[in-house]
Design a protein around this ligand. Sequence first.
Ligand SMILES: C[S@@+](CC[C@H](N)C(=O)[O-])C[C@H]1O[C@@H](n2cnc3c(N)ncnc32)[C@H](O)[C@@H]1O
Length: 217
Amino acid sequence: MREAFEPLILENTRPVAPSLVPEITLYLADEDRPLYRAGEDELAQLGLGTPYWAFAWAGGQALARHILDNPETVAGRKVLDFGAGSGLVAIAAAKSGGFDVTAVDIDPVAAEAMALNRALNDVWFEIETADLVDTRGDWEVLLIGDVFYEKQTAERLLPWLRDQQDAGRTVLIGDPGRFYLKGLGLEPVAQYTAGTTGIMEDSDLRNARVWRFGNAP
Ligand SMILES: C[S@@+](CC[C@H](N)C(=O)[O-])C[C@H]1O[C@@H](n2cnc3c(N)ncnc32)[C@H](O)[C@@H]1O
């Protein structure tokens, strides 16, 4: 992997333990840095999209907490952390005995941030940047932390994730109850209160839950 963005990531973050998962440390946004107040055009000039990878999202924190507290969910199983951002959920899965953990994010900068966070936590998982939506894969567990923030993404993901569950796979979604998940018959599996950042969220505290589809076995 090219490490083109590593200096930028290290300059604009500091190691922080997210409030709900104190056993994990991530390079997270140092909010005094201009990067996090830059507009889309300024970011694009740096070759960056929105730096989702610099935040531990409430849904990802809830999912990571749930995995760490219930390691049997992933232990000895082939796991995909989809929309991994910082790699928080993949780190929790690797720490909990996931047999073969892959973290995927289409943002190549996220891939570099994940590699740094993987080393920081002394765990191993594979990192990919392909768009895996609508591929079958051979995962046994799919973990999706806070990816339902846009209508278009939600509409693409939901049928694929339902198919994955219908194929007998465990599908767990960490989400603070965003609009695009409402009315879909999802069942809550666990609920937490996660501290999030004021820049990226409309409040500092969101009620983050872990969900599964209603017909889960
Ligand atoms: C809000 S962040 C959540 C990051 C992390 N899971 C967490 O909870 O902290 C959503 C991430 O999903 C990624 N993403 C969006 N569409 C994707 C796709 N089709 N395949 C993989 N990643 C995707 C974005 O690049 C972004 O990093």
